[in-house]
Design a protein around this ligand. Structure first.
Ligand code: FAD
Length: 711
């Protein structure tokens, strides 16, 4: 059959149309850059990209860029990436090593057995949730820990295929989780089994104890000493070597269409005043419309905000129990304080370009931009200051006294703790204190970009049900406000105070211009005539109701830990209303007292007509039982774990009926106390040893019958 040109054109058009239909536009959607939401500080970073077949080979990458050390990171919120970057920088500035950092996701590891003996690999790996690898490390972790892992030479494990590999390793974890630092510990075991040579000791940091920074500092000092000895490195005075170059663009103005003033990527910039294109992901947030925002507390000093967002038409999907990622910005006050201490107030809106000097480094925000934008939208300026930062910024102090004081604080762990950490000082406040107000205008802006973490989205457990309304997401956020003892300043949480301000602006309690944040967003795009919007994305979680609605559930969520359970309860109410039988749902909630912070209590009433009815049938108005621990209503503080123990027999009865247990909220104390209480309950009710009780709870966790959503 002859096919003429017209046929080909027609066929091509049909084919393209079909493709376009089935890919729902994703083929032509703008590819979003790897900006906030997926990375942390703007410093060293790899970008696998244009090397064809070799672009996923770290060996090729090192050779091509004349590097001898690569520090890989497995990072979820940017902290591990930050430590990886700091480690690489220090190895370079102290020992002249040619270093780079890299995301484990960007490389394949089959050729690890070919890794040159004269080079070193670092692994800075966070464990996430119940000892799982971070999203970017899943593939690498599965590969390296698999039973039948094999490398390009095909040698067996017994032949020690990684015998030429030299490595350093540091894990980031939280000891409140059962599988503390499971990822780095397992990786360490596997590397040893495969014959790799560790330089220095295995290191790990503990967020649960609040000692992550000091754990890291101790570890890196130890391993650098061993590394120096093992490889005969020459130590030099550590000098700051920029990896980024900041260039003022004097002919550009911030108002220009090509300058980023807070837009997260090109897609958002080029959208002008219209909506940005999807798909909306962790690197391309959606501007969701606020539909409701209310105060849940009845208090003069504490606030908790219920925020509802409309995601209709966005293509975003969530299921009950997922997380919302909220893209914050810094407050006007902190942006001004930061710009001022570095002498940048006058040049705040000048346009700058930021380029990587080192080809393996990556600028983690879009450029050209302005000083104000970088500080307001892209840097974590309000967070805790690292002791190491003080030691390195001392070189740029405005005077000798400030330099000495900075060095003293930077080198004295106890002094730093008592005069900085305990006072919740941020970088600008601390430097102003050290220099007695003198401006630190010798600090290169590139140094700040390289040293501070990238502003990360904050996560919130979604407090609505997707079954009730798939287009509406609500969150429940406690506003962070800490007045440290003996200090005259208040530390305001970055995102929650934005949410608080947003609530006031949305409800017209304040005008946008009186807000403490730039509620109107870059170029005023967040507020239109009909809507107030905020950038968000959705992160899926494994915190899920049992597939059978009939299963009983026990939910334990004091404070804002109740958030996902509001979603669970709404979901079950909707199922019951449709005639689906639902199982008994027992909620343990905790707050200070019934008048101040007993949040959502008015909603529970609708579903709890016969709270003592244990046997059902359970229907829309009778499936929920709420037990509330009021910690400040009696001389003895009562918490959720106490109530659990009071209901021991009933809990065990529900467990025997196959109840699922859910715990949400504080990871530090509550989650651990609840787990111990449950083990005691099982032990006492079943007449078995406490050890057996603990094993039973662990087994429940392994089978997902006991789930945690804690932070
Ligand atoms: P940040 O500015 O991030 O400060 C947080 C804390 O860091 C401060 O309280 C303080 O302890 C410390 N800190 C900050 N700056 C300094 C400093 N300079 N010096 C010393 N210490 C400092 N929260 C909710 O309210 N509701 C939820 O449903 C919820 N769900 C979550 C679900 C997940 C999966 C996760 C990971 C977290 C969840 N959170 C939730 C917590 C939430 O993500 C935020 O951490 C919280 O709201 C605080 O954010 P923020 O930006 O206001 O505070």
């Amino acid at each position: 059959m002859a096919v003429d040109l017209l046929d080909i054109i027609v066929l091509s058009v049909i084919l393209l149309g079909t493709l376009a239909y089935f890919t729902k536009g994703s083929l032509w959607a703008v590819e979003s850059e790897d900006f906030p939401g997926s990375g942390s500080n703007a410093g060293f970073g790899s970008s696998a990209g244009d090397e064809g077949d070799n672009d996923r080979s770290i060996i090729y990458k090192l050779e091509k860029n004349d590097k001898s050390v690569v520090i890989f990171y497995g990072s979820q919120t940017g902290t591990a990436e930050d430590y990886a970057s700091r480690l690489a920088k220090e190895a370079s500035s102290r020992f002249g090593l040619k270093t780079m950092t890299a995301d484990v996701e960007d490389y394949d590891f089959e050729n690890l057995d070919q890794f040159p003996e004269d080079k070193v690999i670092g692994f800075v790996m966070a464990s996430y949730g119940e000892g799982e690898p971070t999203d970017n490390a899943v593939a690498f972790y599965e590969f390296i820990t698999s039973e039948d892992v094999s490398f390009s030479n095909g040698e067996s494990v017994d032949e020690k295929p990684l015998r030429n590999l030299n490595y350093v390793i540091f894990g980031l974890g939280n000891n409140t989780y059962e599988h503390f630092n499971a990822v780095s510990r397992n990786l360490e075991k596997v590397l040893q089994k495969l014959g790799a040579n560790r330089i220095g000791r295995y290191g790990e940091g503990d967020d649960g104890n609040g000692t992550m920074e000091e754990d890291y500092l101790e570890w890196k000092d130890d391993i650098f000493a061993d590394w120096k000895q093992a490889k005969g490195l020459d130590e030099q005075d550590a000098v700051y070597e920029p990896v980024l170059k900041v260039t003022p663009l004097i002919d550009e103005v911030a108002e220009s269409d090509s300058v980023f003033v807070g837009e997260v990527n090109k897609n958002h910039l080029s959208a002008g005043n219209g909506p940005a294109k999807g798909p909306f992901t962790a690197s391309n947030p959606y501007l969701a419309k606020v539909v409701k925002s209310t105060e849940l507390f009845n208090s003069d000093s504490r606030n908790c905000i219920h925020l509802e967002l409309d995601i209709s038409g966005s293509g975003l999907r969530y299921t009950t129990g997922d997380h919302l990622a909220f893209w914050s910005q810094n407050s006007n006050e902190e942006v001004e304080r930061f710009l001022s201490i570095f002498g940048l107030t006058e040049s705040a809106n000048e346009v700058i370009d930021v380029k990587a000097i080192d080809p393996t480094a990556k600028v983690r925000f879009p450029v050209p931009t302005t000083y104000d934008t970088v500080v307001r939208y892209y840097l974590e300026i309000n967070g805790p200051v690292s002791r190491q930062l003080l030691s390195s910024i001392a070189a740029f102090a405005p005077n000798e006294t400030a330099k000495e004081d900075a060095l003293k604080l930077g080198s004295n762990k106890e002094l730093f703790h008592s005069s900085v950490t305990q006072h919740y000082l941020n970088t600008a406040r601390l430097l102003a204190q050290i220099s007695r107000g003198a401006v630190w205008d010798k600090v290169p802006f590139a140094f700040l970009i390289e040293s501070l973490q990238h502003l990360q989205p904050r996560y919130y457990s979604i407090s609505s049900s997707s079954l009730v309304n798939k287009d509406l997401i609500s969150i429940t956020a406690a506003v962070e406000s800490i007045q440290p003892e003996g200090s005259d300043h208040v530390l305001k949480g970055v995102a929650t105070n934005y949410i608080f301000d947003l609530k006031k602006s949305f409800n017209k309690e304040i005008s946008t211009k009186d807000a403490k944040y730039n509620i109107a967003g870059p170029r005023g795009k967040y507020i239109t005539e009909t809507a107030t919007t905020v950038p968000i994305h959705v992160r899926h979680s494994n915190f899920k109701l049992p597939s059978s609605p009939q299963k009983p559930i026990i939910m334990i969520g004091p404070g804002t830990g109740v958030a996902p359970f509001r979603g669970f309860i709404h979901e079950r109410a909707a199922q019951a209303a449709k005639g689906t039988p639902v199982g008994k749902s027992l909620l343990f909630f905790g707050c200070r007292n019934r008048t101040e912070d007993n949040i959502y209590a008015d909603e529970w009433v609708k579903y709890t007509h016969e709270p003592e009815n244990k046997n059902g049938p359970f229907n829309e108005t009778n499936f929920l039982q709420v037990e509330t621990a009021f910690s400040r209503e009696s001389a003895q503080k009562v918490y959720v774990q106490h109530l659990l123990e009071q209901k021991a027999a009933y809990i065990d009865e529900l467990l025997k009926q196959g109840a699922f247990v859910y715990v949400c909220g504080d990871a530090q104390r509550m989650a651990r106390d609840v787990q111990s209480a449950l083990a005691r309950i099982i032990s006492s009710q079943r007449n078995i040893s406490l050890e057996k009780g603990e094993e039973t709870v662990k087994a429940m966790k392994a089978q997902n019958i006991y789930q945690e959503d804690v932070w």
